[in-house]
Design a protein. Structure first.
Length: 211
């Protein structure tokens, strides 16, 4: 009876194929061309390519730094120990953008010695644009005040004038978070000067009109 006995070159070839297949399985996901993406999707772009790649090695679970867990949409909209992480339509005043651009010690997390996880300029532009466009969400969420745009279902609102910045902060009194800002200089319908000092604001019960 004839039996097949693979030669040494054949065995080496099979071993090489197995090793190559294993390497392919462990290869990182391809990087995105952030500046070439028109429709930003949280589940396809923000969570996997921003938060999972740079943030969730630390910001996850009950002991997450500053109380900010970034492993899910629901945790993102719950904010941190310092308040909201993102303010929809206002990247400039969102804590997350401030942390990666304006810290005196350097952009987070470089200031704590984790420079490898620091967002590059393209990633910062992409994150800022997502927030500026409303920080929209495209998946199922359990947080009551989430929705497609964070806090769009908020009911109990408090309008607080910020004299120094010519801004009005809209606060969800249940979540205790700033959920919107009204820029008296630049938002549509307003044309106040940079020296505007708002001291009082009143709003209709539906929160859609303020004075």
């Amino acid at each position: 009876m004839n039996t097949f006995s693979p030669s040494r070159p054949s065995l080496l070839g099979l071993l090489l194929l197995v090793l190559l297949a294993g390497c392919e399985l462990e290869m990182p996901i391809d990087p995105l061309d952030f500046d070439d993406i028109e429709d930003i999707r949280y589940t396809e772009h923000i969570q996997p390519f921003i938060f999972d790649l740079h943030c969730t090695s630390c910001h996850v679970g009950a002991d997450a730094p500053a109380g900010l867990s970034l492993d899910s949409w629901d945790n993102l909209v719950e904010g941190s120990d310092h308040g909201e992480a993102v303010i929809p339509f206002d990247d400039d005043n969102s804590l997350m953008v401030k942390m990666v651009t304006r810290l005196v010690e350097g952009p987070h997390p470089a200031e704590v010695g984790a420079a490898a996880d620091t967002l590059n300029e393209a990633e910062i532009r992409f994150l800022s644009r997502w927030i500026r466009e409303g920080a929209r969400f495209d998946g199922p969420a359990e947080t009551i005040n989430a929705g497609e745009i964070p806090y769009q279902n908020s009911q109990n609102l408090l309008f607080v004038p910020n004299e120094q910045d010519a801004l009005i902060s809209v606060i969800d009194t249940d979540a205790k978070l700033v959920i919107r800002t009204i820029d008296l200089q630049n938002d549509t319908g307003f044309n106040f000067s940079p020296n505007a000092r708002p001291r009082d604001v009143e709003a209709e019960e539906d929160g859609k009109t303020s004075y």
